[in-house]
Design a protein around this ligand. Structure first.
Ligand code: SER
Length: 890
């Protein structure tokens, strides 16, 4: 049975039992306590906590999930995956244990011909929480499962929570017995490889305040209702129903694995290590593709880092299979898009953008590998020079942290050099870093408490209507006031507050558009509003300071947006749409928006592109956009369905494909885009758009910054003034300036080179004289000399070598040149071969001189360099060297 069919059957079964089927939410969790959706219930957390009302009391989904805590286990076991799909049925205060257990049993055991999964009854086992007699009883008496196949387990296995504050509850899990060839008998408590968990039924009934570990958490309260959350692993079901050994060999991953084997010319099933790599690639390429499709871009933090790690591990494993410098990610991503495309058709539509991001990350990582290898070589040389046998933990950590070198790569390359790596030291440093990151994340987290306050406020406010598309001033009641995260009935002058109004003309930051600012006035007070945020959907929180008097909950208020600022922001937002269209026209559909920030008079726009955008393209886009302004196209906004909007070719931000009703903003016929932001009425209101330049902001993502309206004009006016000044200074007409400046720069460079040559010649000029003045110390010709201050170290060296070369080869020679290139002395010693045969060593002589200079130095026997801190001791240093040679041969 194909994966897509398993999902269809599951959803159909629950639809027939009164469930509303909801499409998968984005992998990017809306919940601030989570980076990525890691369970089917995540999008429903506010429903369980009673903060929001679900669209129906029974829902069913097939939800995309990513989990990475066990990333190192991927490919080594049969059941760990970073991407998986969770099939789930949910009840919000509707049915509970007595219904959900028989539902699950029914679907699993019903014959395939009858829409079920056709599992033989005697292959199924169940577990329940230690004292959950009720669930035990339902399994035994209602379903008829023999008591020997119902096992009781503790918190570790049979209590489920999100790993962070949120809902939780005891659970009952269903296991499938794969048979004696997979391990020993005795049910899931004996062997979880033979007995494979296929479905988890969670009885969500508690709200957890703090979660320290799986088994250590504080229960805050009972949830407002008794709920059901179930999760069935689609991939595990597919492994069983497709009769394969593990989840990497099912329909949706095996094709990737197979392609990787074909590309690297490795046969699957021959070598255990190669097999692990192939499975890692199959899993990770699929995960990477799904994350990129939902709008995640590789970066060094948060979900971007999760993605980067996954992609780099894929590339790394390809190299372990011998891919070398070959680039295979594009082809493998193609396969992933193809196999997942049946369930997620948007993958096919977005293929060019997905490729742009993944290809760019591959390029950047291959570059990292090259640079890192150079650093690695230095570390190896250093270790060997000190006769060490092991790279330090420090070096391994630096390679990992700064150059993105995975430790397994360092280990392997070190082994090739006959070296070990201080892994323990490396892990210690990693642990420190992890701790720091954790502390960081904790500081940023918003607990349950804060979010639930917003939930309560939203309930009181109903939905807070945004009036700001039509007006910038409105009357509204104050529904709630927060000070330091807690609700208060009144707030006085000087207090920093967060205010919730029943409706508002203020735009809350979102969709790349900055928040409005302004004033909220009541009969008794006035609040300056500096920021507006929407911590949960449908709620706007106005942040500011009470400037005067006091405000009270229940007050009637007048909300006034700072109109100038709003207009300037709206101009930027409309300009962003135009530039987006402009880049698509110029670069093709791969140029998709990856982020933006619309601020007053200025905006930045991030989009996917494989490499730098040539200046000529920037100019063309700017030109085209300004032409649109002159044509003064009408701006029009309307609501429609997601499907309709797509059919009209409306651009969505990359990864933005969720929700039913969408708002479309069109600018004449030129641009059409999904957008909740505010805009101008016609394109002429923008006045002027000036693109300032573009740069890279991460693999595969470019950023342009631009000015709009009067800010654009002022910028150009300033530039114009600058050109006028230059023209005046250089006495040249404007159009002659580039040529004139180029001429000046060329002449300057030539003059600098000539000067340099002259200086060297001067230094060398005295070489002959110095050679002639050599002193004889015990049969060795010795030259010591102090060059003029300011002579560079290179010239000192050149001079030493030049003088040395002027003696016959069989004459032992020592040359010692000192100088002060800056405020610190430098000495260079050169000894010829005949001198070295007499036991003279440049390194040692430099050591003698450097000591007198208050410093150190050394080096090879033939030429060496050193230095110190005391310029005034140069004469002493040269003398010390002569004395030392004299002593050696006396
Ligand atoms: N939330 C539970 C899980 O993730 C069941 O859906 O396993």
């Amino acid at each position: 049975m194909e994966s897509a069919e398993i999902a269809r059957r599951f959803l159909r079964f629950f639809e027939e039992r009164g469930h509303q089927v909801v499409p998968s939410a984005s992998l990017i969790a809306e919940d601030p306590t989570l980076l990525l959706v890691n369970a089917g219930m995540v999008p429903f957390k506010p429903y369980f906590l009673g903060q929001r009302k679900p669209p129906a009391s029974r829902l069913a989904t097939a939800q995309k999930c990513v989990r990475t805590p066990d990333i190192d286990e991927v490919g080594k076991t049969t059941r760990h995956a970073t991407f998986f799909q969770m099939l789930g049925n949910f009840s919000f205060g509707d049915y509970f244990k007595a219904e959900v257990i028989p539902y699950a049993w029914d679907l699993l055991t019903k014959p395939e011909s009858d829409g079920g999964f056709g599992f033989p009854e005697d292959k199924l086992w169940a577990t329940v929480y230690l004292d959950d007699d009720e669930a035990f009883d339902i399994w035994h008496n209602k379903v008829g499962l023999p008591v020997e196949r119902i096992q009781r387990r503790g918190l570790e296995d049979n209590y489920w929570h999100m790993g962070v504050a949120g809902p939780g509850g005891p659970c009952s899990e269903i296991y499938y017995d794969r048979g004696p060839e997979y391990g020993k008998d005795g049910g899931p408590i004996a062997d979880e490889n033979r007995f494979l968990e296929v479905w988890n039924l969670v009885f969500m009934q508690e709200m957890l305040r703090e979660v320290r570990t799986k088994v250590d958490f504080d229960i805050e309260a009972e949830l407002p209702a008794k709920n059901i959350d179930t999760g069935m692993g689609l991939e595990r079901m597919a492994a069983i129903l497709q009769g394969v050994d593990n989840i990497y060999e099912i329909d949706t991953t095996y094709k990737i694995l197979d392609k990787a084997a074909e590309l690297t010319k490795v046969r699957y099933g021959r070598d255990a290590r190669a097999d692990v790599s192939l499975r890692v690639i199959a899993d990770h390429v699929r995960t990477g593709t799904m994350l990129v499709a939902d709008g995640v871009a590789p970066s060094n933090e948060g979900r971007g880092y999760v993605l980067r790690r996954i992609l780099r591990r894929s590339i790394r494993n390809l190299r372990l299979l011998g891919s070398g410098e070959e680039r295979y990610m594009h082809t493998l991503t193609d396969v992933a898009i193809d196999v997942m495309g049946e369930q997620y058709p948007e993958l096919k539509a977005d293929a060019p953008q997905i490729h742009a991001v993944i290809d760019a990350e591959e390029t950047s990582f291959l570059g990292t590998l090259r640079t890192g290898t150079a650093i690695f070589d230095v570390a190896v040389e250093e270790t060997k020079r000190k006769s060490g046998t092991s790279l330090s933990g420090d070096q391994a950590f630096k390679l990992h942290d700064t150059y993105g070198f995975p430790i397994d790569l360092t280990l392997e390359m070190a082994a090739e050099q006959g070296l070990k790596v201080d892994e323990e030291g490396f892990r210690r440093l990693m642990a420190v870093q992890k701790e720091n990151a954790k502390a960081d994340a904790k500081a940023k987290k918003t607990g349950n408490a804060d979010i639930s306050i917003f939930g309560t406020l939203l309930e009181q406010a109903g939905k807070v209507d945004f009036l700001g598309y039509d007006v910038t001033e409105a009357d509204a009641a104050i529904i709630g006031i927060l000070v330091d995260g807690s609700t208060v009935p009144v707030a006085g002058q000087g207090t920093t507050v967060e205010i919730v109004l029943g409706r508002t003309p203020f735009y809350a930051e979102g969709g790349g558009q900055l928040a409005d600012q302004g004033v909220i006035r009541t009969a008794g007070g006035e609040v300056e509003i500096l920021d507006v945020q929407s911590p949960i959907k449908g709620l706007a929180v106005h942040r500011g300071r009470v400037r005067q008097g006091e405000i009270k909950v229940g007050d009637e208020a007048r909300a006034e947006v700072d109109v100038e600022r709003r207009r300037a922001i709206s101009r930027s937002h409309s300009a962003t749409h135009l530039v987006h269209r402009g880049f698509k026209n110029a670069l093709g559909e791969t140029a998709a928006q990856a982020g933006s920030e619309n601020s007053p008079g200025r905006f930045r726009f991030d989009f996917t592109a494989a490499g730098a955008v040539p200046p000529s393209v920037l100019r063309d886009v700017e030109d085209e956009v300004n032409a649109v302004l002159i044509n003064d196209l009408k701006v029009n906004a309307f609501y429609t369905s997601q499907a309709e909007a797509r059919a009209m070719g409306a651009l969505a931000m990359f990864g933005e494909k969720y929700g039913d009703e969408v708002r479309v903003v069109e600018i004449g016929d030129y641009s059409r885009e999904l957008c909740g932001g505010t805009h101008v009425h016609s394109s002429g209101q923008l006045g002027l758009v000036k693109v300032l330049g573009e740069q890279s902001v991460g693999a595969g993502v470019r950023r342009v910054e631009a000015l709009v309206g009067i800010d654009a004009f002022r910028f150009l006016a300033r530039e114009s003034l600058l050109v006028a000044q230059l023209s005046e200074q250089l006495k040249a007409r404007r159009e002659e300036l580039p040529e004139r400046i180029e001429g000046i720069v060329t002449r300057l460079r030539t003059a600098e080179k000539d000067l340099e040559k002259l200086r060297s010649a001067q230094v060398l000029q005295i070489a002959g004289e110095l050679a002639a003045q050599a002193r004889d110390l015990g049969g060795v010709s010795v030259v010591t000399h102090r060059a003029p201050d300011g002579t560079g170290a290179d010239d000192l060296r050149k001079l030493a070598l030049d003088v040395r070369g002027r003696f016959p080869a069989d004459r032992p020679v020592v040359i010692m040149i000192a100088g002060a290139p800056s405020d610190r002395p430098v000495v260079v010693a050169a000894v010829n071969e005949a001198g070295r045969e007499r036991g003279l060593k440049a390194g040692r002589l430099v050591g003698v001189a450097a000591k007198a200079l208050g410093g150190g130095g050394g080096g090879k026997d033939d030429v060496a360099q050193g230095g110190g801190t005391r310029v005034e001791s140069i004469a002493d240093a040269l003398h010390a060297v002569e004395q030392s040679i004299g002593e050696q041969f006396s």
